[in-house]
Design a protein around this ligand. Structure first.
Ligand SMILES: CCCCC/C=C/C(=O)SCCNC(=O)CCNC(=O)[C@H](O)C(C)(C)COP(=O)(O)OP(=O)(O)OC[C@H]1O[C@@H](n2cnc3c(N)ncnc32)[C@H](O)[C@@H]1OP(=O)(O)O
Ligand SMILES: Cc1cc2nc3c(=O)[nH]c(=O)nc-3n(C[C@H](O)[C@H](O)[C@H](O)COP(=O)(O)OP(=O)(O)OC[C@H]3O[C@@H](n4cnc5c(N)ncnc54)[C@H](O)[C@@H]3O)c2cc1C
Length: 572
């Protein structure tokens, strides 16, 4: 559902009801509260927004200014927006659609602040949809994309809600105002972890859509002469076109497989957390934050590569690519800005590295950090072997994590405070965390293709795609692999020539590989990416529907151009 809604460009008022509001009830409400709100939400008898971000703070959740102050005399919370910057700003559907919102606010009880917690607040009347007393609501105005979604603002003027409206699955406030701690203070953020995980699938779907459009169009479009006098070839025959598109196609597959892993990991770790075992929370957070950041960033860049690969027609809204880009750009910022998210992954990696140095054997997605040897053994590597490629990515990531962590340690030994050392190493840390996530995506891709049992030929083509993805990553980041001599210049040359071979090998299957995404024309909404390939006829039909073509002579002619031309002619 989440990915399907985001395919609509994250673009309708009810999107956040499904992807954030309802899951927040599922994850943060007690059984009693679920009985009250979950069915209403599932049946859309109430419509909700997820109201966390404020005008002044999005990233720094601890810095939110909205307050929820408990009043034991009435057993109510008072929700208040004390400053302009505390105005809730951005939540999807908040402006005009929602009549309820889960509101993240600083919880005060018995004079003490316990940090951000979630509260269920009714914001509009269920009778006439007018804002409830004390609530000011509105839309924040046009955005880069997703303008069918009324991202909104909300201000609360001492709005009273019953005590039972605090989502109390983890933390509680008793009737007398006693605060009961949750098993982990970060459980109030569990819905963000969930949503970040779903963004990985949204990224995969967006990149799959863009590559479907660009690969299909590249088979329809013919341009130039490859050999003098011969018919114009399909532009997909040009190696440079394949080099633009096939790495994006491979990344779309890699991200689907990563999203499957993420979903499975989320289910298994949250299952353990339900039983009181919180040990997987840090890894789940680090993995979801890093994957969200990496996949959405690569997707946004990849969609733009697809746009340019479609030449002039790619720039037209008829291609569907500008809208896809706008949607992917939102994924880079929403649900945790990408740099900030990658730094969270780096934070986890630095901790794991320190544990490994102290002799602890690491497990899960970071196990390789203790297994990889710091001193590389150079040699003639078989750069078409998937095992070799996976090992190379792990070595690169382990070296970069070690380098960033040691650099930080060095700065601290020279007397810098930890926070200052962190900031001055944060570019290195980001790169190390990206290398870690990249290495995870490669390994997961390689492991997934090995499990394909249905058909030998399907496994073969997916293996080629996985090799292509890995070799492209190595040639793009050659310096990282060469730095400590793990790969040699000859290895990189071998990687480049294997990559060229893979481009040629994937070419005959390229259309089948995008058709396999099974994206209906109604979902793609692209003239260039039509399944039937009838691009030119439909481009002409599409243009005829342009609002400027409603009349033969546009009204602006009579208003501006005609008098202007007349006066110019009179001067002659
Ligand atoms: C396009 C269509 C749909 C769009 C839908 C969009 C919806 C939204 O955008 S909803 C709003 C989303 N907002 C965010 O995602 C806010 C991002 N910020 C944060 O999540 C956090 O504040 C933070 C990750 C930036 C951390 O803040 P910080 O104040 O520096 O650290 P804390 O004191 O809060 O954390 C200390 C400790 O806890 C770990 N941690 C942080 N978050 C989580 C988490 N979700 N789960 C588990 N653990 C978490 C953090 O790593 C620290 O760990 P230690 O290193 O062990 O101390
Ligand atoms: C399309 C869209 C939909 C959204 N929907 C919702 C919604 O439904 N509900 C909701 O509550 N919110 C929503 N948001 C808000 C969104 O969650 C925030 O915009 C996002 O978390 C980023 O926070 P920010 O705007 O404060 O960015 P900022 O943190 O101000 O980022 C600005 C810059 O500062 C940098 N920066 C900030 N902190 C650090 C740091 N610690 N270290 C290094 N660099 C840093 C960032 O990397 C970035 O370059 C939405 C946003 C968008 C764009």
């Amino acid at each position: 559902m989440a990915a399907a809604l985001q395919t609509l460009g994250g673009g309708i008022g009810i999107t956040l009801h499904w992807i954030a509001f309802t899951p927040t009830i599922e994850q943060q409400a007690t059984e009693e509260q679920k009985k009250k709100w979950l069915k209403l939400a599932q049946d859309v008898a109430i419509v909700g927004a997820y109201a966390q971000t404020e005008m002044g703070h999005g990233t720094f959740v601890r810095g939110l200014e909205t307050t929820a102050t408990y009043d034991p005399s009435t057993q109510e919370f008072v929700i208040n927006s004390p400053t302009l910057t505390s105005t809730k700003w951005w939540p999807g559907g908040l402006g005009k659609t929602a009549n309820h919102a889960t509101v993240m606010a600083q919880l005060y009880t018995r004079g003490k602040c316990y940090g951000p917690h979630n509260f269920m607040v009714q914001i509009r009347s269920l009778e006439n949809h007018q804002p409830c007393p004390g609530v000011t609501l509105g839309d924040i105005g046009p955005k880069m994309e997703s303008n069918g979604n009324d991202n909104g603002f909300a201000r609360f003027d001492h709005v009273r809600i019953p005590r039972e409206n605090m989502l109390m699955k983890f933390a509680r406030v008793e009737a007398d105002g006693t605060y009961v701690q949750p098993p982990s203070s970060k459980l109030a953020y569990s819905n963000m972890v969930y949503l970040r995980g779903t963004f990985v699938m949204s990224a995969a779907q967006a990149l799959a859509s863009a590559t479907t459009i660009a690969v299909r169009y590249s088979c329809v479009r013919r341009q130039s002469e490859m050999k003098p006098g011969e018919p114009e070839p399909q532009i997909l025959e040009y190696q440079t076109q394949q080099y633009k598109l096939f790495p994006q196609l491979a990344a779309a597959y890699a991200f689907w497989f990563a999203s499957w892993f993420m979903t499975q990991q989320h289910g298994s770790i949250t299952g353990s957390m339900e039983k009181g075992d919180m040990s997987g929370l840090a890894e789940l957070h680090a993995l979801s934050a890093g994957l969200k950041s990496y996949t959405t960033a690569v997707t946004a860049r990849g969609i733009d590569v697809c746009r340019m690969a479609c030449g002039g027609h790619g720039y037209s809204h008829a291609s569907g690519l500008p809208a896809l880009f706008g949607g992917a750009a939102a994924l880079c910022t929403a649900e945790g800005e990408n740099t900030v998210m990658m730094l969270q992954t780096a934070r986890y990696l630095v901790k794991c590295f320190a544990q490994s140095q102290a002799g602890k054997r690491l497990t899960g997605t970071v196990a390789y950090l203790s297994a990889v040897q710091p001193s590389p053994v150079a040699g003639n590597r078989n750069m078409s072997d998937l095992g070799t490629l996976v090992a190379a990515f792990q070595h690169r990531a382990a070296r970069m994590v070690r380098h960033a962590a040691m650099q930080m340690q060095g700065e601290m030994q020279k007397g810098k405070a930890r926070e200052d050392a962190w900031n001055s190493c944060s570019v290195l840390l980001i790169k190390a965390a990206e290398a870690h996530v990249h290495s995870f995506v490669v390994r997961n891709f390689a492991e997934t293709v090995q499990t394909v049992e249905v058909d030998e030929s399907v496994r073969a083509v997916l293996t080629s795609l996985c090799q292509l993805y890995s070799l492209y990553g190595i040639t793009e980041h050659a310096g990282d692999f060469l730095k400590d001599g793990y790969l040699t210049g000859r290895d990189i040359d071998a990687a480049s020539s294997h990559l060229s071979a893979m481009l040629a090998r994937v070419r005959p299957d390229a259309v089948a590989l995008v058709d396999a995404f099974d994206l209906h024309d109604k979902i793609l909404r692209s003239v260039l990416g039509r399944y039937d390939g009838r691009v030119y006829e439909h481009l002409y039909e599409w243009a005829k529907k342009s609002p400027l073509n409603k009349s033969e002579v546009h009204e602006s002619y009579y208003k501006y151009l005609q008098p202007f031309l007349k006066s110019n002619r009179a001067k002659l």
